[in-house]
Design a protein around this ligand. Structure first.
Ligand SMILES: Nc1ncnc2c1ncn2[C@@H]1O[C@H](COP(=O)(O)OP(=O)(O)OP(=O)(O)O)[C@@H](O)[C@H]1O
Length: 910
């Protein structure tokens, strides 16, 4: 059934062209090298006012102030603002126009959920939010409430086709005639009016932008046609043409197919559009040749819609013989998918990205608008045939009409290097559908997925690629990083939809791109439309927030080969069966049935073109991405090294600083320790002085001195407390060792401590000390009668509550115990005799007042203790016991002058 497909004509041409001897075959030109657009001196043909000729693009521009205004008048602020806005809009990378479809007669009358609020903005309100009047709508996932979207221009429903074309497409037509490439595509959900916008309607004057473009081109180059010696090849190259290019293509659909059409009630005839009379002024020093191709992107594959035009088609229709009456008749249609190939850098050495071209896509030289329209009609026919046979209810493929213009200067007719190639591509995108909404399954699901994939990738990548190619490269790099950390180019390939790939050079280059958004505000696709609006509105297109910037790889889905997995990969042919009932005359009666096998094959790779795959992998974009990754790796390594060095230096600095600080702290604490020691020493001196002075109570001079120096009651109490502190901390303990340890802790030397203790014992034994002793003992104290008397006297005088604790008894007991434990180092002569004690007591009784006597008792004890230490030992011993040497000396001097101490001093000296 399926006959072997003949090699494509284009590929055979390529083989011829490759070894071309003339350098012209390989020499390429670049669109951007086009000469500067001249001013528009020539007016557009305006039938009504031929005299007032103005630049054509401004003739219908409502924003331009009327020329009737006096020129001398300065522009108003509003006009300036409008001009600024206009220039802002024009500086946008992509011009986006919104066209609102009118409500058709057979549609239910609903209020539109989208209304224009200005020339550039529309307000979209969720119908579910407005009184819930349309319960048939499913829950909206869009932002509730109203949203305002802005565009370069908003065309209300009553916009005529002519006005729409003039404002949106005519600038592109001008560009292409001046050698600048451009892209226009329509975008929108199903039934929003995309095809109507591009192709037009069936009525007079409803021609779409495509036929009007052809009209304007041929109007403009009237009389300037070139001889067609060269034809465009790939994206930017030219090569010598052959006679097939010049011969008009045949438009003769096969009779069997026509029969099928007839039976399907598919009208193959296209309406005759009235031609657009617009013409743009062009440089008349140039000659122009126009070439046209028509391709279809369906299920992520590219097909040539003009394949039948010249009789050597890849699309073949076979009828399996005459079918018997009532039996099935089988037709086989087969066509091959074309591949995208990278445009070689030699074609355009100046370009950063050379883009891809559809290898094997035919192009025809056209010499009139009607001829071009006939070709388009043929392409539409094929599109409809395959669409119909594939059970497509709407255009589920992207139609892509490519118009190429080669212009060459008249004076350089034979110099192919002087030729300039420009392209204008008009894309009629398939309606974007949500599978959830349309309940598609199986093949339709895959188909819908691919449509949406193309739309999403196209839409989301468009801005990224155009605004920042490097960011795209980065995102692709993240997407395609393989195991070895190196990017796999095949992954990169898969991330881009075929349509996007084929249009890539428009987005990354300097070409003008125009997007037309079609919307039907009456249908039920509010959610779909709100997504379309979100993507297409200026606010989104100009959004610079990187967090909200669309990422290509997020929307990339596995291609068909991945979806089908190994089922598809080994056999690239895509085959399906369609059953068509034919000749049904009476109701429900089937006369005959036709089964169609549609085979869509991938193009067979030619062995001679085996290096094509390599070409693909040496795509300049991929190379640039690899270079970029390498550079970034290098940068990363360098910055990591720098960071490591900085960290090490910082650590060392911090360590040194810490060391310095530690030293300073050490010094500081050492100083503090020394000062603390000095302070303690001074405090001890002061205590000792107090004790001395208090002990010299009898001497009026010393009393005066003592009063002068330590007059406050608090200080005396302090002294008392310090004496108490000399006792053991465990006040209720009667262990003598506690006392000795507590004392030891405050003495510089055990010898001095023992001396002090012995002296205290000696001093205390005959007299009663007023010091409150912390020592308590349950044992009965051994007391003498004298002591008891003294205690009674003291109690009578002071009524000290502490006396109730019988401290003295405890103290005495301790003393007695200490006598057993300690061997006083002092000479026995140094011990105070009872006579001396009695004498001291007598002296105490001579005190002028009882209170003074009380005060004197406490320091006296310590004073005597020190005296004893000083006298009995030496200044060195005293210093060991914590008494400063000067104090010893001073004490000695005082003693010399004191008669009462003469005896003691004599004993000590002895
Ligand atoms: N501006 C318009 N004025 C009058 N009729 C219109 C307009 N736009 C669209 N229509 C009509 O609306 C219907 C749907 O339009 P069209 O087929 O162009 O939608 P579409 O977006 O191309 O749909 P699909 O994606 O399914 O092909 C058609 O009948 C068309 O004639």
């Amino acid at each position: 059934m399926a006959s072997k497909a003949a090699p494509t004509r284009a590929s055979s041409r390529a083989k011829v062209a490759a070894p071309a001897k003339t350098p012209a075959a390989t020499r390429t030109t670049r669109t951007r090298a086009a000469s500067k657009q001249p001013e528009d001196p020539a007016p557009a043909p305006a039938p009504k006012k031929p005299t007032s000729r103005k630049p054509l693009e401004k003739r219908d521009n409502v924003d331009v102030p009327s020329s009737s205004k006096p020129r001398s008048k300065p522009p108003s602020a509003k006009a300036i603002k409008q001009a600024v806005l206009q220039s802002d809009r024009e500086s946008e990378p992509i011009q986006a126009y919104l066209r609102i479809r009118p409500q058709l007669g057979d549609e239910p009358s609903n209020s539109p959920y989208l209304v224009p609020i200005s020339n550039t903005a529309v307000k979209m309100t969720d119908p579910q939010d407005t009184q819930n009047t349309r319960p048939q709508y499913r829950a909206s996932v869009a932002q509730p409430g109203s949203s305002i979207y802005t565009f370069s221009h908003v065309f209300p429903p009553n916009t005529t086709q002519h006005d729409f074309f003039t404002k949106t497409t005519l600038p592109l037509v001008k560009d292409v005639l001046y050698g600048q490439s451009g892209l226009l595509f329509t975008y929108g959900v199903t039934n929003s009016g995309k095809t109507y916008t591009v192709q037009g309607g069936n009525e007079k004057g409803t021609g779409g932008i495509l036929p009007r473009t052809l009209d304007v081109i041929f109007n403009s180059i009237e009389g300037l046609h070139g001889d067609g010696k060269y034809r465009p090849v790939r994206l930017y190259g030219v090569e010598p043409s052959d006679e097939f290019d010049s011969s008009p293509p045949r438009i003769d659909p096969e009779p069997d197919l026509a029969e099928v059409f007839q039976s399907l009630n598919v009208d193959g005839a296209e309406p005759e559009f009235d031609a657009d009379q617009t013409s743009v002024p062009v440089d008349r020093n140039y000659e122009y040749t126009v070439w046209l191709s028509y391709a279809e992107v369906y299920n992520e594959k590219v097909y040539d819609l003009l394949a039948d035009a010249k009789g050597d088609s890849d699309t073949q229709i076979h009828v399996d013989g005459p079918a018997p009456r009532g039996a099935n008749k089988s037709l086989l249609l087969s066509r091959k998918a074309l591949t995208l190939r990278p445009s070689p850098a030699s074609d355009n050495p100046d370009a950063e990205i050379n883009g891809k071209y559809v290898s094997g896509l035919r192009q025809f030289r056209i010499q009139s608008a009607s001829q071009a329209k006939a070709l388009v009609k043929l392409g539409n026919l094929h599109r409809r045939v395959f669409g119909t046979l594939a059970n497509r209810e709407s255009s589920r493929s992207h139609g892509m009409v490519i118009i190429k213009i080669i212009r060459g200067h008249r004076g350089e007719r034979n110099d192919p290097t002087a030729l300039q190639v420009s392209r204008l591509t008009l894309v009629d995108l398939a309606g974007s559908e949500r599978t959830k909404h349309t309940h598609t399954t199986g093949e339709r699901l895959k188909e819908a997925g691919n449509i949406n994939k193309s739309l999403m990738v196209l839409g989301q990548c468009m801005e990224v690629m155009r605004s920042n190619q490097r960011k795209l490269a980065m995102s692709l790099a993240h997407e395609g990083t393989g195991k070895a950390g190196r990017m796999d180019t095949r992954d990169v390939k898969r991330t881009l939809a075929v349509l996007t790939e084929s249009l890539m050079d428009y987005f990354v280059g300097e070409s003008r791109v125009t997007m037309i958004v079609n919307i039907n505000p009456y249908d039920t696709g509010y959610d779909e439309n709100s997504h379309v609006m979100k993507f297409a509105s200026s606010r989104e297109r100009n959004h610079n927030d990187p967090r909200r910037r669309p990422r290509c790889h997020k929307f990339a889905e596995p291609g068909p080969a991945r979806l089908k997995g190994p089922e598809v990969a080994p056999n690239p042919a895509f085959r399906r069966k369609v059953t068509i009932s034919m000749g049904g005359g009476e109701k429900g009666r089937v006369v005959s049935q036709t089964v169609l096998d549609i085979v869509e094959e991938d193009e067979v790779k030619d062995d001679e073109n085996g290096d094509e795959e390599d070409d693909e992998y040496s795509n300049p974009l991929i190379d640039a991405l690899f270079d970029e990754i390498e550079n970034l790796r290098l940068l990363l390594f360098e910055s990591e090294m720098r960071a490591a060095v900085i960290e090490a230096e910082t650590r060392e600095e911090v360590m040194l600083e810490m060391e310095e600080r530690m030293k300073m702290m050490e010094q500081k604490y050492s100083r503090r320790l020394m000062s603390e020691m000095e302070r303690n020493e001074m405090k001890t001196d002061a205590k000792i002085d107090m004790l001395h002075q208090a002990g010299l109570f009898s001497s009026p001079m010393k009393v005066r001195t003592a009063k002068h120096t330590y007059s406050s009651e608090d200080e005396e109490e302090d002294v008392e407390m310090s004496l108490v502190e000399y006792g053991p901390e465990e006040s209720d303990s009667d262990d003598a060792m506690n006392l000795s340890e507590g004392t030891r802790s405050r003495s510089a030397s055990p010898l001095a401590r023992k001396e002090k203790m012995n002296a205290a014992k000696q001093f205390r034994s005959p007299t009663k000390s007023p010091v409150k002793s912390p020592f308590k003992s349950p044992a009965t104290p051994k007391r003498t009668d004298d002591e008891d008397d003294e205690d009674e006297d003291a109690l009578d005088e002071d009524e000290d509550p502490m006396e109730e604790e019988d401290d003295d008894d405890d103290y005495n007991e301790d003393e007695s115990e200490e006598e057993d434990d300690w061997t006083p180092p002092l000479p026995s002569s140094a011990k105070k005799t009872p006579a001396k004690s009695a004498k001291s007591a007598a002296l105490a009784k001579q005190t002028p007042t009882q209170s003074t006597a009380k005060k004197s008792r406490l320091p006296k004890l310590a004073n005597d203790l020190d005296d004893l230490a000083i006298k009995s030992a030496s200044p060195s011993v005293a210093s060991m016991s914590g008494i400063p040497k000067k104090k010893v000396m001073r004490k000695s001097a005082l003693d010399d002058s004191d008669e009462e101490e003469d005896e003691g001093a004599a004993v000590a000296r002895a």
